[in-house]
Design a protein around this ligand. Structure first.
Ligand code: ASP
Length: 339
């Protein structure tokens, strides 16, 4: 029986003759030494365009504070992973956003939180799903990555791991906020009126999720995403945010964090698809994200933020708006909600 390498050797000239050589992978875009960049998002479940300017200002201020935290840390040389974790923690602690305090309620009036973090330079990742008492799920996700041989811990197992590693805990009701409670009431009322068991797609106001993608000064990429999930979700439902490749992904090409209907992100492996198009088809981050968000996903499904290895930043979404912010070493510092 000829060995595999012998077979390869024999077939190689044949492949060259018929023009079917192995696919070439594009190189990641080059990193300019010392440069850094980050993008953040606070979900696509934004205020209506008609919201008062005071309300819009509140959200912009909240985004600015998180972005400033990331900028300061990157400028002093912290790693992409550390920055992602710190920024997502700040967004989790801010009740404006659907992650940590201010998380959406499930249909039973409880909070089940999902989060994941990924290191693009090693493909190491950690995630937690359905945690109920962990104040900052993103930090627990990081500990799953660093202190276990696993990628994803869920439910009671994740809670027990949280006790083992000693992260800060809170009562489930600590995540409650009035606006989220009103959203749940609205969703349940509508559901009762239409006798539907669960909405197939969520309305924009039910979305949330926070995320951060970073290129650090050493050229490393990382992504982190954290969410309370969809308002009125079924108990036990897990979305895309804790699933590497779906709602969160980083490799040598790009770091991506998503927000929107998790089921769509899961089906299309949205975050990984974008990075894979860059690697295998040689597309730019901009082009790859546009194709996936506007050609694969449908209007209203959600969006992504991303950064590539050259520090190019992007937000692409098919909803009315997206809470987002961008900063880089060249002085860009910008937060936005709508176009
Ligand atoms: N993607 C999240 C989920 O489906 C929700 C969101 O981004 O708003 O859990």
């Amino acid at each position: 029986m000829p060995s595999v390498s012998l077979l390869r050797l024999l077939l190689c000239p044949l492949a060259l003759l018929v023009g079917c050589t192995a696919p070439r992978r594009a190189d990641p875009p080059p990193h300019a030494p010392g440069s850094w960049a980050l993008a953040i998002h606070g979900g696509v479940g934004t205020l209506e365009r008609s919201a008062s300017s005071a309300e819009q200002q509140e959200y912009l201020d909240a985004l600015r504070a998180a972005l400033e935290e990331g900028r300061t840390r990157l400028a002093r040389g912290e790693s992409a992973l550390d920055v992602c974790e710190a920024v997502v923690r700040a967004l989790e602690d801010d009740p404006h956003f659907n992650a940590g305090r201010g998380a959406a309620f499930n249909e039973q009036g409880q909070h089940e939180l999902d989060a994941s973090i990924m290191d693009g330079s090693t493909l190491a990742c950690g995630a937690v799903a359905g945690v109920r008492t962990v104040k900052n799920p993103i930090s627990l996700a990081r500990l799953v990555m660093e202190r276990t041989n696993h990628v994803l811990l869920m439910g009671d197992g994740a809670e027990q791991f949280a006790s083992m590693v000693g992260v800060e805990r809170v009562e489930n009701a600590w995540f409650d906020t009035e606006p989220r409670r009103r959203m749940l009431d609205e969703v349940l009322r509508e559901r009762a009126a239409t006798s539907a068991t669960a909405p197939k797609t969520a309305r924009a106001s039910n979305y949330g999720t926070v995320g951060c993608v970073v290129l650090d000064r050493e050229g490393r990429l990382a992504a982190a995403t954290s969410t309370g999930g969809l308002t009125g979700k079924r108990w036990g439902r897990v979305g895309d945010s804790p699933i590497p490749g779906a709602g969160n992904y980083a490799d040598r090409y790009a770091a991506i964090s998503g927000t929107g209907t998790g089921e769509v992100f899961l089906r299309h492996q949205v975050a990984k698809s974008i990075a894979a198009r860059m690697e295998l088809a040689g597309e730019s981050l901009q082009r790859a994200a546009h194709e996936v968000v506007h050609e694969v996903m449908r209007p209203g499904d959600g969006g992504v933020i991303g950064v590539d290895a050259a520090g190019r930043l992007l937000a692409s979404y098919n909803t009315e708006g997206m809470y987002r912010g961008f900063a880089n070493a060249s002085g860009r510092f910008e937060v936005r909600i709508f176009e």
